[in-house]
Design a protein around this ligand. Structure first.
Ligand SMILES: [Fe+2]
Ligand SMILES: [Fe+2]
Length: 284
């Protein structure tokens, strides 16, 4: 009998919702609706979710009304699920209104770095936004703070959330928008209990390994960027939206599974009994 590893924690991962005060984005997009659809898909999946992580570009222009809209859409689901939420700020976010209207804190412009403990798992968000810039980076004080947070291992390890991913950018035109100072980040997490890094920013799903740690990038819930050849620019499409589910298993492994969240009809639905009759013994 093959034993499937058991997940101790599952973390819902959404990114780049880009809500606007007007409710409209790029003339035809309705980012509150596409963000809401992602939360509905996660809630409706029946997956036991330990926490929700949003890896930034929560709002497109940082307007107060955009953050209050994010709060309203999120709370509608949280009121039923009780999911704790960890927010990471992106280059489109503005720290003061994000603090005030999303976190209910006094508005100030300091980096938005946070720790959230969930059933022995430590979730840490570190603010990779540089006010006024598109590329990412960290202040030395932020990395000192991170080293301090990670000094003692947590029971089930740590998941790190940031907007700009520490991985090679496959769309050539976007490489200049990457995370700067990755060597210092590598140094800060070296030898620590970080098991996975969650990120966004690129608007396409991708993954890599950084300092031995898997990095998972969720696509945007507003629009998706297509892979293009060098010289091909940036092509944004109205579709391909997805949330991610990060699973942390009892054998030490982690997995990140993409869940499409655009409206789609069910093609077929096969009852589980069909698979039970296949004769392959699996303990799950
Ligand atoms: Fe974005
Ligand atoms: Fe971004």
């Amino acid at each position: 009998m093959t034993r499937e590893p058991v997940a101790t924690h599952r973390i819902a991962h959404v990114s780049d919702s880009h809500l606007t005060a007007s409710g409209v984005f790029h003339e035809v997009l309705r980012p509150a609706a596409t963000y809401s659809a992602a939360l509905a898909a996660l809630e409706g999946s029946g997956i036991p979710i330990a926490a929700l992580v949003h890896t930034g570009d929560v709002a497109d222009e940082g307007e107060e009304a955009a953050y209050t809209a994010v709060r309203a859409v999120t709370d509608e689901v949280l009121d039923r699920t009780g999911w704790p939420v960890l927010w990471a700020a992106g280059n489109h976010d503005v720290r003061a209104p994000m603090r005030q209207h999303l976190l209910g804190e006094a508005p100030d412009d300091a980096p938005l770095d946070r720790v959230l403990e969930v059933d022995g798992l430590r979730l840490v968000s570190i603010d990779s936004s540089i006010p006024g810039r598109v590329e990412g980076g960290f202040e030395p004080e932020q990395l000192a703070w991170l080293r301090e947070v990670l000094a003692e291992p947590a029971e089930h390890g740590t998941v790190l959330a940031m907007h700009h991913p520490p991985l090679p950018v496959e769309v050539t035109a976007m490489a200049r928008l990457h995370l700067t100072g990755q060597e210092a980040l590598a140094e800060a997490i070296r030898g620590t209990d970080v098991r996975a890094i969650l990120a966004g920013h690129l608007h396409y799903a991708t993954s890599s390994v950084f300092e031995g740690v898997p990095v998972h990038v969720a696509p945007s819930l507003a629009y998706t960027i297509r892979l293009t050849r060098p010289g091909g620019g940036v092509i944004a499409v109205d579709g391909g939206r997805a949330a991610g589910v990060l699973s942390l298993y009892d054998d030490g492994r982690v997995g990140h599974t993409s869940m499409p969240t655009d409206p789609a009809g069910v093609l077929t639905s096969t009852p589980e009994s069909v698979f039970a009759s296949m004769g392959v013994d699996v303990e799950h």
